[in-house]
Design a protein around this ligand. Structure first.
Ligand code: ZN
Length: 506
């Protein structure tokens, strides 16, 4: 009960965050696919998993009965990273796979055509997804597909939803939610339009005529949706109801507003106490804030760098060995992080991982491995947002939610925070109850994706007490780490966590 009340109170915050996660998953996994071992992709490889040079991996998700399939290709000419859900039900599986295949074909075709015009064209395709469970046991899967064909191309993002009752294997549609009743559809249409007009992030971007057309009471207009215990969320296509916003418009209607219209299966349980209105209004303010920060390229992290002018003379007299703190951001990643953990273990090195809450939620096992190996677990926000651009409530939520998931997964308290892009201002400073950890050696691993170059940067910049910035989402970083550790070890460095570093320097 207690948990329920809390949930209802924060309904709008949750909505904002589930929208944010969709966008983030996109940008986070976007980084990953550039780095996986590269192979040539061709359409014929789609069905031939085992003999394919592509990397295909299938792992259990956190949702019972659902597996995550990951396919990556780092073919320089046509890279992609694709992640989608599969179940034990063949009709659902093929429905999802058909969509994935269709997107892949579309991508490769477009790329071929563009290459005929400009040989240097390179493409990028990323498909990631989020699972939204409903109390009834039903799942909504929201697949976010982004593609682009040059560095300057802002790219296209498409959202498609799939729905499954994991027990029966049946799919459900928006018609099922409203029992195919056209009067209820009419009401839904009005509710959605009202939400669109209230949405601050769409102000000034709405295309009135299109907005009306794409929210007309036609089932087709509402086919991409997810249903949670708090909200019914609709995903519209880019440039349909609004222009020049980041990503496709996402509109949430609270479950309270539609509960009378819903089929019994999806009606909320009534025993919940009603929430006071003040709280809800506050929540709405948060929901209205734009989430565009999430799609910002994390690579600009390097723009802000720590001034670390503390001199080498701080070397404690008691210790002949020097100390360095290795830090890894933006993970965890099921493959790259594990390789990094193995390399660290080989050198008996401790490091600090500044993780995204959204990824911790996805890959809890690897976070536990980190913790058991004695590494420090740090907070890097939930969505990799630039906190200096968010209101205080969002900032708090980004940080608190991430610490909470790390603590929930590992039972260990989080004691270090690194803001995305190193971006902090006084407000952010005052809000984090955690030490803010920046860095003085930026390996630029995200930029060069060159394992040898990491060592070169470290050699040129490291000193006693340095904090080195790397990212455990790039294969090249994992590949280059062994050489870095060997070098530093020979130079008389011990590898400590940021906490240990702070303890010795103070
Ligand atoms: Zn980062």
């Amino acid at each position: 009960m207690k948990r329920k009340r809390h949930k209802a109170r924060s309904v709008w915050i949750d909505i904002t965050f589930s929208a944010a996660i969709v966008l983030l998953t996109l940008s986070a996994i976007f980084l990953v696919f550039m780095t996986e071992n590269g192979h040539t992709a061709s359409q014929s490889e789609k069905e031939t998993k085992s003999s394919s040079p592509l990397e295909t991996e299938q792992i259990d998700s956190n949702y019972p009965g659902i597996k995550i399939v990951t396919k990556t290709s780092n073919d320089k000419n046509a890279p992609f990273a694709i992640q989608y859900p599969q179940s034990i039900h063949s009709s659902f599986n093929s429905e999802v796979k058909n969509y994935i295949d269709e997107v892949q074909v579309r991508y490769l075709d477009t790329l071929t055509k563009k290459k005929q015009q400009d040989k240097k064209t390179t493409g990028e395709l990323n498909i990631s997804y989020e699972t939204l469970p409903h109390a009834s046991g039903n799942y909504s899967f929201v697949l976010v597909t982004s593609s682009r064909y040059s560095d300057t191309d802002t790219g296209k993002t498409e959202i498609r939803s799939f729905h499954l009752n994991p027990e029966t294997g049946e799919s459900f549609t928006i018609r099922d939610l409203f029992e195919d009743d056209s009067d209820r559809l009419q009401s839904l249409s009005s509710l959605v339009r009202a939400e669109i007009l209230k949405d601050e992030s769409l102000k000034g971007h709405l295309i009135q005529k299109d907005m009306e057309r794409f929210t007309e009471p036609r089932w087709m207009n509402y086919r991409n949706f997810s249903v949670t215990d708090d909200a019914l969320i609709f995903y519209f296509d880019e440039n349909t109801i609004a222009n020049n916003i980041v990503g496709p418009p996402i509109i949430a209607v609270s479950i309270d507003a539609v509960k009378e219209l819903l089929a019994t299966t999806f009606k909320p349980e009534d025993k919940e106490e009603t929430v006071d209105i003040v709280d809800k209004d506050k929540g709405e303010e948060i929901a209205e804030e734009n989430i565009e920060e999430n799609s910002t390229d994390p690579s600009s992290e390097t723009e802000v760098s720590k001034e670390n002018d503390e001199t080498e003379t701080t070397l404690p007299e008691t210790s002949l060995r020097k100390k360095v703190a290795l830090t890894f951001d933006d993970g965890p990643d099921p493959k790259v992080t594990r390789q990094i953990l193995n390399t660290l273990q080989k050198h008996d090195a401790k490091a600090t991982f500044f993780m995204l809450g959204s990824r911790v939620e996805y890959y809890p096992d690897i976070v536990n491995e980190m913790m058991e190996a004695g590494h420090e677990l740090g907070n890097h926000t939930w969505t990799h947002a630039d906190l200096t651009k968010l209101g205080p409530d969002r900032v708090a939520k980004e940080i608190e939610k991430t610490s909470a998931i790390i603590e929930e997964v590992t039972g260990q308290k989080v004691e270090a925070f690194r803001p995305p892009y190193g971006a902090v201002n006084d407000a952010v400073h005052n809000m984090t109850g955690l030490p803010i950890i920046l860095w003085d050696v930026d390996t630029l691993d995200w930029k060069y994706r060159d394992s040898a170059r990491i060592l070169q940067v470290v050699k040129e910049n490291v000193k006693d007490g340095s904090i080195i910035l790397m990212h455990d989402i790039h294969q090249s970083t994992a590949d280059g780490l062994d050489a870095v550790l060997t070098y530093l070890s020979n130079e008389g460095y011990d590898f400590v966590t940021v906490k240990e570093l702070e303890e010795t320097s103070s």
